[in-house]
Design a protein around this ligand. Sequence first.
Ligand SMILES: Cc1cc2nc3c(=O)[nH]c(=O)nc-3n(C[C@H](O)[C@H](O)[C@H](O)COP(=O)(O)O)c2cc1C
Length: 366
Amino acid sequence: MSHNTFGHLFRVTTWGESHGPALGCVIDGCPPGLPLTESDIQPWLDRRKPGGSRFVTQRREADAVRILSGVFEDAAITARFGGPVTTGTPISLLIENTDQRSKDYGEIARQFRPGHADFTYQAKYGVRDYRGGGRSSARETAARVAAGAVARKVLGEGVAIRAAVVQIGPHRIDPARFDWAEVDANPLFAPDPEIVPVWEAHLDERRKRGSSAGAVVQVEAMGVPAGWGAPVYGKLDAELAAALMSINAVKGVEIGAGFAAAAMDGADASDEMRAGAAGPRFLSNHAGGVLGGISTGQPIVARIALKPTSSIATPRRSLDEDGAEIDVRTLGRHDPCVGIRAAPVAEAMVACVLADAFLRHRAQVG
Ligand SMILES: Cc1cc2nc3c(=O)[nH]c(=O)nc-3n(C[C@H](O)[C@H](O)[C@H](O)COP(=O)(O)O)c2cc1C
């Protein structure tokens, strides 16, 4: 009913609010015997962490993760595995909130920010934690990233999941210049260094006007073998779309050619096959690595569109809790473009969905 849980065999529940003492997740169904320490999770959280550049929120959070349960080590385990391992019991992960400034939200406590979830939470529950957006804050995505790190352990090194920002505002990268090696070399997760100054100028201009910008993030999973996923009601692309759509501010998801497929010629849209050295070789990947809800063995490719940040300094017309017409101006610390920090979150959601698909595939067909 409350829908704070996703996944079937690899099942993730997140909990916590933006300005509560801590947030975290419980992962149920992780197989036993996987080496796991906090240092396996922390690097992924560091990539999502706020405060990394002037183009993200200036909230300073250490985002230090603690493993509370589900992992154990004794002399025999150390001898056998070389360190702590998962025990097959629920893994509970905790991340403290250390840089809340709830007074920044005093003014909007009874106001509905247009484009944010204030109105709908109030309409549904009749009560809400408005501090920092409460549960609707993207602070919650830290827990997803922590769960994603565990999912990567389940998937092993054969599956690599990576994301890049491919558009900010109207400025798209040139696909011919796409270079994954560049993504971690700049704070905007750009796969082309030449676009970085263009994006920076765009973001500076929006920020100075008290506004914000949207973005498109591309996420890919390499090394997924053919056969994961399920037909009809458990389609892998449907589960990926749901998981990606659940990320805050996402308004669109495309798999493979996505919406462009509608304009393609039928002869070009289907991915032709030839015999390769290690099984079928596809001559293109418009399907984005999924056919009939089942992975093809090609890279899984998805893109998400994120709207511009709704909390902006420009006054916007809205209502307060009494229904009075007001102008809302949101101060406090906000991401001028939420798409930038969404790249590690998109990777994490894909990792969780794939770990779940892998375990279900193993359960059904061995
Ligand atoms: C990584 C990330 C950071 C975000 N940071 C902010 C922010 O600083 N301010 C804001 O108003 N919204 C931010 N958002 C978006 C809101 O959380 C989101 O718009 C809100 O919960 C309403 O949900 P919806 O846009 O999905 O309908 C962020 C989203 C993501 C993915």
